[in-house]
Ligand binder design. Structure first.
Ligand SMILES: [Zn+2]
Length: 113
C-alpha cells in the first residue's frame, strides 16, 4: 500500500515486487487507520484495474476511467447487498479495537467540541 495522495511509482512497485507483493494500491490503509481510531466497523472492496507503474506499459487515465465507470453498477449492488445483511445491534468488537489517538479529546486534554 502506498500513500494515497498519488499513484505508486515504478520504484515503489519494484520494491513491493521484491517483498513478494502481488497487488499494489493506494487505498485501504488510510481508511483502516481512521476506522480503528474511531472504533468503527470497516470493510472494503477493491477493483484491480491495471499493472503497476513500470511493470508493462504506462496506463492511460481514460482506460481506468472507463473500467471504473463500467464496474460502478456492480460495485453499487455489492455494497447495497452487504449493507442489507449488516445487523447493527450485534456487538462485532470493532469498538473494542479502538486505538488511542490525538484525534480524541480525552487524549489532548482539550474539551470535546
Ligand atoms: Zn465491526
Amino acid at each position: 500500500m502506498t500513500d494515497g495522495r498519488h499513484f505508486e511509482s515504478a520504484a515503489e512497485v519494484n520494491l513491493f515486487r521484491q517483498w513478494g507483493a502481488d497487488v499494489v494500491g493506494q487505498t485501504l490503509c488510510p481508511e483502516v487507520y481512521l476506522a480503528r481510531e474511531m472504533g468503527a466497523c470497516y470493510a472494503g472492496i477493491y477493483l484491480v484495474v491495471n499493472y503497476g507503474e513500470g511493470v508493462v506499459k504506462p496506463w492511460e487515465h481514460r482506460e481506468l476511467e472507463e473500467i471504473f465507470f463500467a464496474a460502478a453498477p456492480a460495485f453499487g449492488r455489492i455494497v447495497l447487498k452487504a449493507l442489507g445483511r449488516v445487523t447493527l445491534d450485534d456487538d462485532c468488537g470493532c469498538a473494542d479495537l479502538r486505538k488511542p489517538t490525538l484525534l480524541r479529546p480525552e487524549n489532548t486534554g482539550k474539551r470535546p467540541l
